[in-house]
Design a protein around this ligand. Structure first.
Ligand SMILES: NC(=O)c1ccc[n+]([C@@H]2O[C@H](COP(=O)([O-])OP(=O)(O)OC[C@H]3O[C@@H](n4cnc5c(N)ncnc54)[C@H](O)[C@@H]3O)[C@@H](O)[C@H]2O)c1
Length: 691
């Protein structure tokens, strides 16, 4: 049994009390500051729990189960008979007025009485207020800590004590900690067979409709083909018109009204069911990504895993955000801050992470209660279709997630629509800047400032100091520069190497790159697959010719397969400082190597760039590491490792300067871009209550 603390100094900080494990298990977002939060705030949490809107009619949904209020009371703090009679006075139906048989959870924290009250939805708030009043009176006797723990257990207790609601509650609210989805072990024959079987089983071409609510319009205006075999059609998609973009937004407005009213726990559950849907189909999804965008197996599998990670990560984040931050409270006043969804979100996605990126942006918007119109890249509509299918299969209402395949025009029409509140974009800098301009222009009827979440390109530099371990640096640079043929936004494009080791690094890089296997994505041995499309191949070839004219290619010419959009990997040296090759995002397998005097000069060159997405450093000197960390402007800096492969939750990802609006996908703050804060202040001095 807990002793009642009498003085503030008697209170042990949360984390050191005997109850810490219970609090941790309860996953209460405010647990960190529990012992410092004024009592009134904690009591307000009780009100908040009871206030949660119920959803659905007929079968109780999760939100309805949450209407059960469990109040655990300390024997010596509160007279349970008083509470019971209070509830009776309020006309409350007491299911288990006094619950001596179910005291396990209470005993765990030294409390020994449980009062469980159930109430019809409309009267819950009134009941909660009455309880708060009684508890508040009691608190004047200096038993704040007990009450603190009561509120903590209030959440925990629901998981343990209510057989019907408990499982659902535990499943959705007390989630296991986030962990990245493990990638497949491609060395294992079974894993490889699973993937190749899935590839053989793909039923192509996929037909990708404009999918607005329950309405589908098929079409064949967009043809997505296998970059390694352009004769093979992977998907036939409708191309959305401006009218269809408007219809999708109108549907999403209806979807917003519906979805934003769903409690965060239920949204979380839907996202997690979408993750489960993808998990069950991961081989098939990886096979589709491989066919549609020529992602080699390891990258395609990682793309599926990342999409699942985004769903799981933002699902948890939405619950955290829903709790809202603690505000300062003064006597007689209650202050609350809640994050509410912004409205319709236009998600405009690139092709190079054809599942992960559209899913990440859509999941973040949906987790926080927005509705989404997804415009997938014209090169990967098939993957876009799977993203929407997963979300709908998870339980996101049809009106809350629309699919709008199309080209840039469809994206522009969508972004311009006055009812779009948020534009979540990942793609090239040119389009991102255009979208920022679009958002700044208020069209007729606009009632909201558009927010733009934009993740754009970079010119990613790796600094190699004279003391670097080249056995480590060379394979990491090759992986960063040539993995997926240099088509990751994080890919290495420039190497700034100390002049004393320039020649030896170039020689070793050339040897390693010469050994890379160029081939189709479905060959497990392939290092460098084809580029996404003819225009990309032609662009990279032009830059390769420029590199040969302006500098010194470090590699001999190589044959590449004739079918498909292949480009030989290239390492270029001796480029003039004003070369376009050192500034433009080439987005292909072309790496420029430059000699620098020292790390400071390397930092100067990085700093001179207007973009700042990723960067890397190889050095064994801690002072150099500190110096480069301090000077580096990039969003993601990697030390002594490859600069690609950011993991959700571990390396929140996104660029600075012209590379992005500073949002970090896969990080805790990301969801804040999809919500707006709302503060409510109430005078709580008692003035009677109309029930
Ligand atoms: N920073 C990141 O996280 C990140 C991640 C992946 C890709 N990228 C960047 O994406 C680029 C490659 O992708 P991409 O070729 O698909 O980019 P892109 O800008 O050409 O296309 C991206 C999306 O925008 C649409 N679009 C094109 N014009 C539009 C317009 N005027 N209005 C609205 N939408 C329009 C496209 O149809 C597509 O869906 C590279 O620059 C790469 O660095 C960045």
């Amino acid at each position: 049994m807990l002793e009642h603390p009498r003085r503030p100094e008697d209170r042990a900080p949360v984390g050191t009390t005997p109850n810490a494990h219970v609090l941790a298990g309860a996953r209460i977002q405010r647990e960190v500051a529990l012992d410092r939060i004024p009592l009134v705030v904690l009591l307000d949490q009780l009100v908040e729990l009871v206030k949660r809107p119920a959803v659905g009619n007929g079968t109780p949904a999760l939100g309805e189960r949450l209407t059960v209020v469990s109040v655990l009371v300390a024997q010596r703090a509160i007279d349970t008979t008083e509470l019971a009679s209070l509830a009776g006075d309020a006309g409350v139906d007491i299911a288990n007025a006094f619950h001596p048989a179910r005291t396990n959870a209470a005993l765990e924290v030294g409390l020994d009485r449980t009062l469980r009250l159930t109430r019809a939805t409309g009267q819950r708030l009134a009941l909660a207020r009455r309880l708060v009043e009684v508890l508040a009176d009691d608190a004047l006797n200096g038993r704040a800590l007990l009450l603190v723990e009561k509120v903590a257990v209030l959440v925990h207790g629901r998981q343990q004590m209510f057989p019907d609601g408990a499982r659902a509650y535990a499943e959705h609210v007390s989630l296991p900690p986030f962990a990245n989805e493990p990638v497949l072990e491609l060395r294992r024959v079974a894993a490889r067979t699973q993937l190749t079987d899935a590839l053989a089983g793909l039923d192509l071409p996929l037909h990708v409709p404009i999918w607005i609510g329950e309405q589908r319009r098929d079409g064949e205006q967009l043809v997505s083909t296998d970059p390694g075999d352009p004769q093979r059609v992977v998907a036939l998609a409708a191309r959305a018109t401006e009218e269809e973009a408007a219809a999708a937004v109108a549907s999403a407005r209806r979807g917003f009204a519906q979805w934003s009213a769903v409690p965060a726990a239920e949204r979380t559950a839907a996202l997690r069911r979408a993750a489960a849907w993808m998990r069950e189909r991961r081989a098939e999804l990886a096979a589709l990504a491989l066919r549609e965008t020529a992602k080699p197996w390891a990258d395609a599998d990682a793309d599926v895993c990342e999409a699942i990670d985004f769903l799981e990560f933002y699902a948890r984040g939405a619950l955290e955000l829903d709790a809202g931050p603690a505000l300062l409270q003064a006597p007689g006043e209650r202050n609350e801050l809640h994050y509410v969804p912004r409205g319709v979100c236009a998600v405009i996605a690139p092709w190079n992470f054809p599942l992960a990126i559209p899913m990440g942006m859509a999941a973040a918007a949906l987790a926080t209660g927005n509705s989404v119109v997804l415009k997938p890249a014209e090169q990967a509509p098939g993957c876009g279709l799977r993203v929407v299918e997963a979300l709908r299969a998870g339980g996101v209402p049809a009106d809350a997630i629309a699919l709008l395949p199309g080209d840039g025009g469809a994206g522009a029409a969508l972004a311009q629509h006055p009812d779009v509140a948020t534009i979540a974009f990942t793609g090239s800098g040119a389009v991102g800047l255009q979208l920022l301009r679009t958002a700044a222009q208020l069209g007729p009827g606009a009632r909201q400032l558009k927010r733009v979440v934009a993740e754009m390109g970079g010119k990613n530099c790796v600094i190699v100091d004279s003391d670097a371990d080249l056995d480590e640096a060379v394979p990491a640079i090759v992986e960063s520069g040539f993995g997926y043929a240099g088509q990751k936004c994080s890919a290495a494009a420039r190497v700034l190497v100390h002049e004393s080791i320039h020649d030896v690094l170039v020689q070793r890089l050339a040897g390693a790159v010469q050994g890379l296997q160029i081939g189709p994505a479905d060959d497990f041995a392939t290092d460098v697959p084809p580029l996404i499309e003819r225009a990309a191949r032609d662009r990279v070839r032009r830059y390769a010719e420029l590199a040969a004219r302006e500098g010194t290619p470090a590699l001999g010419a190589r044959d590449v397969p004739q079918d498909g959009w292949y480009c030989a990997p290239m390492v270029a040296t001796g480029l003039p400082p004003d070369s376009d090759l050192l500034r433009d995002e080439i987005f292909g397998p072309l790496l420029a190597v430059e000699a620098v005097r020292d790390a400071e000069q390397a930092c100067d060159r990085v700093d001179a760039l207007p973009v700042a997405l990723t960067g890397g450093l190889f050095s064994r000197n801690p002072r150099t590491v500190d110096r480069v960390v301090a000077r580096s402007p990039v969003g993601n800096l990697y030390i002594n490792r490859a600069i690609t492969g950011a993991m959700v939750g571990r390396q929140p990802f996104g660029g600075n300067r012209l590379s992005g609006t500073g949002t970090k996908a896969g990080g805790r703050d990301y969801l804040l871009h999809f919500v707006q804060p709302r503060v409510v202040t109430e005078n709580t001095v008692r003035h009677g209550l109309v029930v």
